[in-house]
Design a protein around this ligand. Structure first.
Ligand code: NAD
Length: 364
């Protein structure tokens, strides 16, 4: 029976990347029935919203989606479609594997980590008090009364909420991923020594989940600054790393840099009911329509989708073919060449063709 999956091609370079990814996914032999759904700036012009209900309904019905990047125009008035999707579908866990394949240009060839970032809470929750807003003054007075601390008048304030519920489910997501994918260790990142009631809670609750529910998987914690230092000195010591939202955001880009760049960094946003697979990178609009950018990040997100639906043989075959094309270094896009203007770089579509050819020969 065919897997019913919502496919959001996205905008900018999204449609050309998506076309390449669709071809490779179909070449695995796994049967997909796609429901193509447009969202983003063009849809906003036509339908008055960048994320029409039909897109959400399609994903709710199918439970699975793969998505190209979507531009968030600066000052357009509509908030990010990507953030809205995560909220609407309660996709609380952001999974970002950072694996350095043989042949990529990296200083960290041993890297093979999976970042699990909390998606809803922390300083990203969007609870902010603007400079000059009367509510900011009220908050300042409240802090003075309850804390005895007098904050300066010329402040803006962002609130950092971290809950037991949010922590329990993100830490469980990290352990479940570790178990399902044969990973050996989970590291929890925090700054509990300074932020005792938020990161401190994250650490305490994380430890409880680890001890009570996953005694068979190794668990450790690291202060976030120390983790950053160690990731670039001893990356091979890390495996699955679970982080609150803001640290997860920053360390994700560090991870992408460690494995050869954004063109190779896949991701997934997962909740209890739905999963949306998408690359870390954005729509790279300056390259739109040029058949130029690297489709491998979204392809590797497709590999994650295959593993999510337990099509492991197809996932291994597709990943193996991508790895082989990277190792050979011939049919790769400009970002993977020694110089950006290398004339031997191929286009988005040619990468897909090379991977499909490899899939027919690669042994898993
Ligand atoms: P970007 O990731 O689109 O591009 C930054 C640069 O990275 C590009 O100019 C290019 O040099 C390189 N790059 C990105 N993807 C690449 C690929 N696949 N192959 C080769 N090189 C690649 O980031 P940006 O310019 O900050 O954002 C552009 C738009 O995308 C913005 O509107 C932003 O809001 C949006 N965005 C969307 C998502 C998403 O859909 N999940 C994520 C991030 C940014």
């Amino acid at each position: 029976m065919a897997y019913r999956v919502t496919f959001i091609p996205g905008d900018g370079t999204g449609p050309e990347i998506s076309e390449a990814v669709q071809r490779v996914l179909e070449a695995t032999g796994v049967d997909f029935e796609w429901d193509f759904q447009d969202a983003g700036a063009d849809v906003y012009e036509r339908e008055g919203t960048p994320l029409p209900d039909r897109v959400i309904e399609s994903i709710k019905e199918r439970k699975l989606a793969i998505k190209g990047p979507i531009t968030t125009p600066v000052g357009s008035g509509f908030r990010s479609v990507n953030v809205a999707l995560r909220k609407e579908l309660d996709l609380y866990a952001c999974l970002r594997p950072c694996k350095a394949y043989e042949g990529v240009r990296t200083r960290f060839p041993e890297t093979d980590i999976v970042l699990v970032r909390e998606n809803h809470e922390d300083l990203y929750a969007g609870i902010e008090y603007e400079l000059g807003d009367p509510r900011t003054e009220k908050l300042r007075q409240f802090i003075k009364e309850t804390e005895g601390t007098e904050l300066r008048e010329d402040i803006g304030v962002s609130i950092k909420p971290i809950s037991i519920h949010g922590t329990q489910r993100i830490v469980r997501a990290a352990f479940e991923y570790a178990k399902a994918n044969g990973r050996r260790k989970v590291t929890l990142a925090h700054k509990a020594n300074i932020m005792k009631h938020t990161d401190g809670l994250f650490l305490r609750v994380g430890r409880e989940v680890a001890e009570n529910e996953y005694p068979d998987v190794e668990f450790e914690d690291r202060i976030i600054d120390n983790l950053c230092n160690q990731l670039v000195t001893r990356p091979e010591e890390y495996d699955v790393v679970v982080l609150p939202n803001l640290y997860g955001d920053i360390v994700s880009d560090l991870g992408a840099g460690m494995i050869g760049g954004l063109g190779l960094a896949p991701g997934a946003n997962i909740g209890d009911e739905y999963a949306v697979f998408e690359a870390v990178h954005g729509s790279a609009p300056k390259y739109k329509g040029q058949n130029k950018v690297n489709p491998m990040a979204l392809m590797l997100s497709g590999v994650m989708l295959l593993r999510h639906i337990d099509e492991r043989e197809a996932a291994d075959r597709m990943e193996g073919a991508i790895a082989e094309v990277i190792r050979e270094g011939k049919s790769v896009t400009y970002d993977m060449k020694p110089t950006r203007d290398d004339p031997t770089a191929v286009g988005t579509s040619e990468v897909a063709t090379a991977i499909i050819e490899k899939m027919e020969t690669v042994a898993v």
